[in-house]
Structure formats: structure tokens, C-alpha cells
Design a binder for this molecule. Sequence first.
Ligand SMILES: [Zn+2]
Length: 230
Amino acid sequence: MLKFTPILLAILYALAMYRVSVWRTTRELDAKSTELADPRLKALTDRMAAALELSRIRVNIYEIEPVNGLAAPDGRIFITRGFYNRYRAGEVSAEEMASVIAHELGHVALGHSRRRMIDFSGQNAIRTAMAMVLGRFLPGIGPYLATAAMKLLAARLSRGDEYEADAYAAALLHKSGIGVAPQKTLFTKLEALTNARGTVPAWLMSHPKTEERIAALEKLEARWAAVGRR
Ligand SMILES: [Zn+2]
């Protein structure tokens, strides 16, 4: 039993850190967000809500500059103020914004948002716990191995999640009559929008390449077209 105590402690520590980071994120989002009220966007989210047989889809504005969309662990959806400003300036269309909302809805519907918390801030806690455990068995290199393993795991998890959320969004946009085209044009714009800001957001670094995401969508469209013809 005594032999396993450090491992147990490490696991408990990781769980506690995860709880704290969920709580912190929720509090930060509560303090810095308001409900999105834009008639053109609402008309589009209402169409998506109808396709999902929901009464409405609530979207919030998160008051930060970097262009981003976010699905919180509690299932709420956020668009950053910086992103909304791009839309207000006419750089991003309402349909393209709807595709971001659809993508974030995908993360919520597919249960990714809890897992994504691990990407955002819980990752460090798990790495620390792993480093403690590995460091016991492999003194010296344990912590390095833990960091490398965690990075690989997080990148793989989030890449898979992105393709799944993209596919969900494509299906929803298709069903709502908005179509997949704005989703594809946004991907191309996103690269420019996020690069122009100078800082690459963390979530983008783990995102698949733009061309690969577009190619995946085109494969879906081809499949739907084939089903339609049958
Ligand atoms: Zn995503």
C-alpha cells in the first residue's frame, strides 16, 4: 500500500487541479461575457436550432481580443469579442460566424468540451502528476517523458475532436440550409485573421491544417451528393 501512496496522491492532486481549473474557467467566463444579441446571427442560429429541434441556441460574447470560438465545460458557447468585431467590420460573414457556432455546438454535442478542459488548463496538472509518478521510477528523465507524452496525447485528442466537430457542423449547416461553403471560406480566412494578430492561439496550434480540414469537408459533401443521387 505504502508503495502506491505517491501515485494515489498524484492522482488526487491531478483531480483537484482539474476541478479548480474548471471552476476558474467558469468564473472567468461568467465575469467577462454577455449574451450575443445580433439579429442576423440570431436568424441563422434559429435555423440551426430548428434543425436540432431546440427552442433556441444561446451564444455568448467573451470579452477578449484574440479571434476564437469556445465551448465551455458546462456546454455554453462563446465567440470572442475580437471575432465578433471582425464580423461587424464585414471581414467575416454572418454565415461564416454561424459555422463557428455550429463547430462549437459540435464540441458540446459530442462531449468534447470536458475533454478540452484538459487541453486548456488541466493539462499541466496531469503532466505534474505523471512527472511525479515517472520521476519515481525514472529519476532524471521522468519529467521530460511526462511532458512529451502529455503533449502528444493532447495534440492527438484535439485533432480528432476538431475533425469530428467540423463534420458535425457541416451536417448541421447542410440540414439548416446554410450550406458547407461558409465553413470552408472561414477556414481560409481564419489563418489570416489569427496570424495578423501576431499571437497564434493555443487551440490553433493543435488544429489540423486548413487544407486538410477543407479536404475532409469536401469528402463529406461528395458522400452526401452520392446519397442524394441514389
Ligand atoms: Zn474546435
